[in-house]
Design a protein around this ligand. Structure first.
Ligand code: ADP
Ligand code: MG
Length: 699
């Protein structure tokens, strides 16, 4: 048996169980062995019930003597109580609140391993465990091998469908027993230097730790065996990233000329003096553009840091070299906004821009596409519509992708393929925690704008509850009397922009008729047509409308410097990143700006989110918190974000191992011990990249 053997060859795994495993993505022996324990229990020092002392964590093997469900009428809410006994004849009571479901699991006469904190119930005078972990040791599954489950440190797996930790432990054990050791591909010198066990040993010891293992290290995922598996997963991932990067650097690309004429044009376009940070990043970008290889650069900067103008500078360089520029934006409203912005600043230089979004009629689209195809428009700005097959460029030289985390890697590629190795500039306003940036954008060079334009005052953020809404309104009124403008935003429930639109519509009517009858109020939502949307935006920009009621379609990119108040209704429903983005719509001018988060009832994480925002305006801090509160998958909120699917490693927990692995990987690819080592590594990565990490192939 080797790592590629299908799991059906493991004794005890028939078609039904194989199907359950497959639903979890476990198909081969390698998959199963990659399904590592999420914790370990020390069952080596087991006690009898009579030996238990209150206050200690302990494991006992005991038999169910009686089980009963008591308490409430609704069965599921009841208290499930089990009286256990063992050879010492003493009694231990296990208690589970909401434990009704256990009635079918723990029956009289069953043998069970129990793990939990021992307590003394002074009322009944009995020893108890509240919600102990348990594992049935007898039952209808024929997974015998009793020695596997008690008497030493035991791995605990998350159940897979109906397969319990016990069953999985037995399968894993059988697979390891039958496995022929294979060649270890991890470079020998790295293994030795980091004192890592070989692969086979690492797999075995991660599942079945040797007797002298340190339980604390195991449960912290830092035993030598676990370290090796985590390291290895990151190492190959980062090798793949390094190869991709290296390959892109050798591709032929456009070497843009940047001479005084081009510099003059860029200067003539600038509506203000760039900040030092903006100057630095445009230097980095210009440096890449000069090279005869495609640029792959990520431009990071907090909301309001002024990324757009930097993108426009790059655009001028490309256009002055006779090339076209594509600007891809995630939402219609942002595309519209960019459309207006680029049109305004680039028309000064006599360039033509074309805005392509889904809401144009096909006739209009046809005309715009023709402009782009014939090279008559130098800049094409749009949403996904830009990616459609029939959008062709005469001479695409620079692709700008805004708010990249909303686009998948595939979409980035889709745009790039419309040119011949064009330069790519990816912009994101959601600062990405370092470890995530390394894995998801590892193939990109990074520029950071770490400074806000001059004269910005930090936005003051306040939390208000629904019953304080009158005060919020009177504050709004005061700001508007002082000449300011405001946004009032309603949540979009992902599935139903229609519902959000209705809520916004209703609020629009309420605000414009009852609360602020004398103030012009505007309404913006995703169901407006392109022209209408542009008109609504324009009226707000011109200052005709004072309050803009909107769904979250204004979340990214919208830029009206005179707006100084952002009111977010039902703020408890928004994610951290989203709230930070929304808040970033204000604080763009010289006036003091405010963000008011209005909430109803909140759960704990919502409260934590609101508190984080009230306390901080630092995008990097907020994104770290966001990552912690939600985890990496949710952080990007999209499956095709390019986030690798890791098995053993965990980006949140294992950041420092990732750093080490990345360093070693970069070094290994740049200076492999031998050609043969590199060749084998490349072959291995090519075979595993897609399946292992769910990423696009290295090519
Ligand atoms: P973001 O990085 O969020 O995309 P924008 O590019 O929309 O930020 O810029 C935010 C606002 O700051 C815009 O109104 C822009 O015109 C203004 N701005 C950007 N850079 C400067 C600067 N150097 N001086 C003055 N205002 C600037
Ligand atoms: Mg922006």
């Amino acid at each position: 048996m080797d790592l590629t053997t299908p799991l059906t060859y493991v004794k005890g795994i028939g078609p039904a169980r194989a199907a359950m495993l497959e639903a979890k993505g476990l198909v081969t022996v390698e998959d199963l062995l990659g399904y590592v324990p999420f914790r370990y229990e020390d069952r080596s020092n087991m006690k009898t019930i009579a030996q238990l002392a209150p206050g200690e964590m302990a494991t006992v093997i005991a038999e169910v003597r009686a089980a009963k469900l008591s308490g409430f009428k609704r069965r599921n809410l009841g208290l499930f109580e089990v009286r256990f006994t063992d050879a010492s004849r003493a009694i231990l009571v296990g208690k589970w609140f909401h434990g009704g479901y256990l009635a079918n699991v723990l029956g009289e006469g069953m043998r069970v391993a129990l793990f939990g904190k021992v307590e003394f119930d002074s009322y009944s005078g009995e020893l108890t465990m509240l919600h102990p972990e348990f594992e049935t040791l007898s039952g209808d599954d024929d997974e015998g091998e009793a020695a596997l489950h008690v008497g030493h440190i035991v791995p605990i797996y998350e159940g897979v469908s109906k397969l319990t930790t016990r069953v999985l432990r037995a399968f894993t054990h059988r697979a390891i027993e039958a496995l022929a050791p294979e060649e270890d591909l991890l470079p020998e010198h790295i293994r030795r230097q980091l004192k890592m066990p070989d692969r086979f040993t690492a797999i075995r010891q991660t599942h079945f730790p040797p007797p002298d293992s340190d339980l604390r290290l195991l449960n912290a995922f830092r035993s030598p065996a676990q370290f090796r598996l985590i390291f290895e997963e990151f190492f190959w991932l980062e090798c793949g990233v390094a190869l991709k990067r290296g390959k892109a650097r050798t591709l032929p690309g456009i070497a843009f000329q940047i001479d005084d004429r081009v510099r003059e044009k860029v200067k003539a376009m600038l509506p203000f003096k760039p900040t030092a940070a903006q100057k630095r990043v445009i230097q980095e970008i210009a440096g890449d553009m000069r090279e005869p290889h495609p640029m792959n650069r990520l431009l990071q900067g907090d909301v309001g840091s002024g990324k757009t103008i930097v993108a426009a500078e790059a655009a001028v360089i490309a256009i002055e070299n006779g090339y076209q520029v594509a600007v891809l934006a995630p939402t219609e409203i942002l595309a519209t906004q960019h459309g207006l912005y680029f049109k305004q600043i680039l028309s000064r230089l006599g360039y033509v821009t074309a805005l392509l979004t889904g809401s144009f009629s096909s006739r209009e689209k046809g005309q715009l596409k023709k402009l782009v195809a014939e090279g008559l428009a130098q800049v094409a700005i749009g949403t996904h519509a830009l990616l459609e097959k029939d959008v062709e460029f005469k001479n695409l030289g620079l692709a700008i992708v805004d708010e990249q985390h909303r686009f998948g890697v595939m979409q980035r590629l889709g745009l790039v393929q419309k040119g011949v190795h064009p330069d790519v500039l990816v912009m994101t306003a959601t600062p990405i925690p370092r470890t995530l940036a390394m894995t998801v954008y590892g193939d990109l060079d990074v520029s950071v704008i770490d400074e806000l334009p001059p004269g910005r005052k930090p936005i003051i953020t306040r939390h208000a509850t629904d019953d304080g809404i009158e005060q919020v309104y009177s504050f709004l009124k005061k700001q508007i009397d002082q000449g300011r403008q405001a946004y009032v935003v309603y949540p979009v429930i992902e599935e139903s922009e229609t519902q959000a639109m209705k809520a916004a519509q209703k609020m629009y009517e309420h605000l414009s008729r009852e609360v602020f009858p004398e103030i012009p109020v505007g309404l913006m939502h995703g169901r407006l047509g392109a022209e209408e949307r542009e008109a609504v935006m324009q009226r707000f920009k011109d200052g005709h409308t004072k309050i803009l009621v909107s769904t979250t379609v204004i979340e990214v990119g919208v830029d009206v410097p005179n707006a100084s108040v952002m009111v977010v209704e039902q703020a408890e429903r928004f994610g951290l990143a989203q709230l930070h983005q929304l808040r970033g719509r204000v604080g763009r001018g010289a006036a003091q700006s405010y963000c008011i988060l209005v909430t109803g009832k909140m759960n704990d994480t919502a409260r934590q989110r609101i508190r984080t925002l009230v306390e901080s305006t630092d995008g990097f801090y907020i994104s770290e918190m966001d990552l912690k509160l939600r985890g990496p998958g949710e952080f990007f909120g999209t499956k095709q974000s390019g986030l690798p699917s890791l098995r053993v490693a965990n980006i949140l927990r294992d950041g420092e191992i990732l750093e080490i692995a990345r360093r070693e990987a970069v070094d290994f690819i740049a200076r492999p011990p031998s050609e043969e080592d590199l060749r084998r590594a490349v072959a291995y990565i090519r075979d595993h990249w897609q399946r292992r990490y769910g990423l696009v192939t290295v090519g």
